[in-house]
Design a protein. Structure first.
Length: 241
């Protein structure tokens, strides 16, 4: 098995079918035959949940080097642009629950990202023709030497931040965690410093970045992603019926 996870267009196409059926009140669709399952993917996820202990498990995980720990995100956007990042975000969720097969994960996250993202109202059937879906498989996790040791456009960033009351770093006043996919920083035009500031805020701390009284443990990662439009889904659906 390759060391890098590879997302295929079949993954977001299946997510579209799952959402379409759910909006119509239908049962879950059958898994596409070519989607497959990845036992080593699932085995590695058992070792490596949750995100908060990821960098520790990467050192102690029993999986082989060819079975690098990978995580899955499903993102929904609404708009007419062919470039998915130019469309409006409607929901995004990652695999932060119990490990499942790749098939089950896609089905679960397709619905979770569409209906359970607390930042947005649940997606409705009226929106379906305007939607785009992207599946991202995260891979190649490695510890960074510091919170700026990563490359915009190549890496995503996962941080655990501890904030202390003063520079002696004796008494902690805040602990939090946040992650950005590799597409986030270039989409918003952020450099590494701006990205870390936004990550710290996403983690829940509003006081700004002050490394003199902060510890920010950072893991960088890469991703493979595939996206499709509703039009792509309709064309594929003809082959399924």
């Amino acid at each position: 098995m390759p060391s890098e996870a590879t997302a295929t267009k079949l993954m977001p196409l299946f997510c579209f079918e799952v959402l379409d059926n759910a909006l119509q009140g239908k049962s879950h669709p059958a898994y596409p035959k070519d989607l497959g399952t990845e036992p080593s993917y699932v085995r590695c996820m058992v070792c490596c949940f949750p995100f908060a202990i990821l960098r520790l498990t990467l050192r102690s995980c029993s999986c082989s080097r060819s079975d690098r720990c990978r995580l899955l995100f499903v993102t929904w956007r609404k708009g007419k642009h062919s470039e998915i990042s130019e469309n409006t975000l409607r929901g995004c969720k990652g695999t932060l629950s119990n490990p499942q097969s790749l098939n089950s994960l896609l089905r679960h996250m397709a619905l979770n990202s569409a209906f359970e993202d607390s930042r947005f109202q649940p997606i409705t059937s009226d929106e379906l023709p305007k939607l785009h879906c992207e599946v991202s498989l995260l891979h190649s996790f490695e510890p960074a030497t510091d919170c700026y040791d990563w490359e915009v456009g190549k890496h995503g960033v996962d941080i655990d931040v501890v904030v202390y009351s003063d520079a002696t770093k004796t008494d902690s006043i805040f602990k939090g965690h946040a992650i950005f996919l590799p597409t986030v920083a270039p989409e918003f035009g952020w450099d590494t410093h701006e990205t870390i500031e936004h990550l710290v805020r996403k983690a829940g701390y509003k006081g700004g970045v002050n490394l003199a009284r902060m510890d920010i443990t950072t893991t960088r990662h890469q991703s493979s992603h595939a996206h499709v439009s509703y039009k792509d889904y309709l064309e594929w659906k003809k082959t399924r019926d």
